[in-house]
Write a protein that binds this ligand. Structure first.
Ligand SMILES: Nc1ncnc2c1ncn2[C@@H]1O[C@H](COP(=O)(O)OP(=O)(O)OP(=O)(O)O)[C@@H](O)[C@H]1O
Length: 625
């Protein structure tokens, strides 16, 4: 069996049972979990420190966001099936089985028969084992899904598994555990090789590189693949290890390794499959080529990279103009002030500007002025001398402005900066020196400044809360990012964000009805709210394609509020066109109108002059939905 594909082939179970019989296991056998001595456990934990920390970083956010309402236990085991750690809800197991879900327990097939962890290791592939498929009777109350985590050399580094009660859809659980183990695998590879080697991320589209299902090739500077993930082998339909890039793609290796990391590169494999690649240079030698790296391609590129707006906009001319003008003036040292409602993507724009600027290899220091207590703003921004004030750290602090030296300083919510700090900032901008709190000495700084605000600064100036002279200093160029509801490309943006977050099994396009509801929403929280709504809907849909009723209630309510405001009251003498009468019973009338509108919720709600929420409730009562 191809180890990259999980199999629901029941041969997997039959073969495992045959192995158990060959080992002389008895179905009535009740093994002990074989907990190692505490010392040994400590050793194991130390040995697998990286695997443990990477897994925790990948698993815990997922657990909190998606699984916290489901009863399930996530286990990480080493390549010998010994549990290293577990997260989740122990209540899913019977008391007698609890020790099996704790660090130190061993799930090898030889010890406890057919089971998710042991069998996934035995067959080197993801597997799900249902209750009665367990060889030992004592395990037949368990349902487990497990997927091996492979290291960069395709050896098993560990196994992730999810044990759940019967209420979690099991196909979903297996998909989820595959996704998590793939994410851990990718992160391990990046950690191990990312600093010293080229990393090429491959996918079938140019906007999905961060997906765990991207292929990863780690290359040396001569273009040899020294490590890769399983997905890379799948996408390229070959074992990639030790191949040279020229053997894998029709493009010369120097062109691939010399490609700017801000732009996707289209590649064709030797088997004529078209893929997109993102090429990351070794992090250890920022912006320069490592020793022996391929000769740079002849290029007339300026020192700055082309602005990567592939993720900023999908055809909105206002956003495009904002981004390109900001980059031009920033490169010449002119401060940029970005305005726009909350959540429109001001910080995202700043990150793109930094990546595109000549200072991309220097720090981007982002400070949210509203998030720092007013009394600490000065010391946090300008730094302080050792012992400058009670509670200060003994060694002093350089402060955010000096941390941004040679790079870009982004002051978000600048309007919230206290007046005293405003005067100090003005001096930094005029004299290009910083004087730390408690010091008399000034330190020269070289920063490009970008500021942002979601509230008009003019009002604050009128109220004496913001210095007019500072306003003119920071406002070299003022650009406004449009609200989501005014963006011409919102349909494409919604689709792109959905695509980035969707479950692997979900259709890659939203249905026209859902898309239209999202497109017509007023979005007071802009893109931030859109991302949240989509993530909630994806979680609620639980692997199915998103339908209107998967959208969160508050979204529907907000949508309603705006829809009903715009809707004229229906004429009181409205009659049912089907039979010329209007039913007095609200439920019956709901049904009449719903059928008349051939199930179009928006139209029916408008006609009934009720909110879509109320319409859904009535339809549920009627058993229609
Ligand atoms: N073009 C985009 N594509 C995908 N996601 C985006 C885009 N722009 C913004 N986002 C997402 O929207 C959220 C808000 O973005 P961001 O923090 O940049 O907004 P902001 O305008 O700085 O907000 P605030 O004014 O509240 O600080 C983030 O989660 C970000 O990832």
């Amino acid at each position: 069996m191809d180890r990259n594909e999980y199999s629901d082939d029941r041969d997997v179970i039959a073969n495992s049972w045959n192995r158990c019989i060959a080992w002389g296991l008895d179905q009535d056998h009740e093994p002990t979990p074989l907990c190692p001595e505490p010392v040994r456990l400590e050793e194991i934990t130390r040995k697998y420190e990286e695997l443990l920390s990477v897994t925790e970083a990948e698993v815990l956010p997922y657990y909190r966001n998606v699984l916290s309402n489901s009863r399930c236990l996530i286990l990480l085991a080493d390549q010998h099936a010994t549990v290293l750690n577990s997260w989740g809800d122990e209540r899913i197991t019977e008391a007698r089985l609890k020790p099996w879900f704790r660090p130190g327990a061993n799930w090898q097939e030889q010890n406890c028969g057919t089971n998710a962890i042991g069998t996934a290791i035995a067959i080197s592939a993801p597997v799900q084992i249902q209750r009665n498929e367990h060889f030992l009777k004592s395990n037949r109350s368990i349902i487990g899904s497990a997927a091996p985590i492979f290291d960069a050399h395709k050896q098993i580094a560990g196994v992730l598994s999810v044990f759940s009660d019967a209420y979690l859809p099991q196909a979903h659980t297996l998909g989820m555990v595959r996704l998590l183990s793939q994410s851990v695998e990718n992160r391990l590879i990046s950690r191990q090789f990312g600093t010293d080697h080229f990393q090429i991320t491959l996918n079938t589209t140019a906007d999905n590189f961060d997906s765990p299902w991207s292929g990863i090739l780690v290359c040396d500077d001569a273009g040899y693949v020294i490590a890769s993930n399983q997905r890379a082998d799948q996408l390229l339909a070959t074992a990639t290890a030790n191949s040279r890039l020229d053997e894998l793609f029709t493009t010369h290796r120097n062109h691939i390794l010399g490609h700017p990391d801000t732009e996707p590169l289209q590649l064709t494999t030797r088997s004529r499959v078209r893929l997109y690649a993102r090429v990351r240079r070794p992090a250890n030698v920022p912006g320069t080529k490592p020793q022996g790296a391929p000769a740079p391609l002849p290029t007339d590129q300026p020192a700055s990279q082309p602005l990567d707006i592939t993720r900023l906009e999908y055809g909105d001319s206002a956003v495009k103009r904002c981004a390109s003008q900001s980059l031009k003036v920033l490169q010449r040292g002119v401060p940029v002030l970005i305005t726009g409602e909350t959540g429109v993507g001001k910080e995202v724009l700043v990150k793109a500007l930094h990546r595109a600027s000549q200072r991309r290899d220097q720090p981007l220091v982002a400070v949210n002025c509203a998030a720092i207590p007013p009394e600490l703003v000065e010391s946090e921004l300008f730094g302080y001398e050792a012992g400058a004030f009670t509670g200060a750290r003994a060694q002093g602090s350089v402060g955010f402005i000096r941390k941004a030296h040679k790079g870009i300083l982004f002051l978000d919510e600048i309007g919230e900066m206290p007046l005293s700090a405003q005067s100090r900032l003005l001096r930094v901008l005029q004299e290009r020196v910083v004087t730390p709190v408690g010091s008399t000495e000034s330190v020269p700084v070289d920063i490009l400044l970008v500021t942002a605000t979601n509230r008009p600064l003019a009002t604050r100036i009128d109220h004496g809360e913001f210095r007019a002279d500072l306003y003119y200093r920071i406002n070299g160029l003022c650009v406004e990012l449009p609200a989501l509801r005014h963006r011409a490309d919102r349909r494409q943006l919604i689709q792109a964000i959905y695509d980035r977050h969707r479950d692997p099994g979900q259709s890659d396009a939203l249905s026209p009805r859902v898309l239209s509801a999202l497109e017509n929403h007023p979005w007071p929280g802009n893109i931030r709210q859109l991302v949240n709504v989509l993530r909630v809907a994806i979680a609620i849909a639980d692997g199915e394609d998103i339908q209107i009723w998967h959208l969160p209630e508050d979204f529907l309510a907000e949508f309603e509020a705006s829809a009903v405001e715009d809707t004229p009251e229906p004429a009181p003498d409205t009659v049912d066109p089907a039979n010329g009468t209007q039913s007095a019973d609200p439920l019956a009338r709901t049904l009449q109108v719903y059928h008349k509108c051939t199930g179009n919720i928006s139209q029916a709600a408008r006609e009934l002059a009720i909110s879509r929420n109320t319409l859904y409730k009535r339809l549920r009562e009627l058993g229609v939905r």
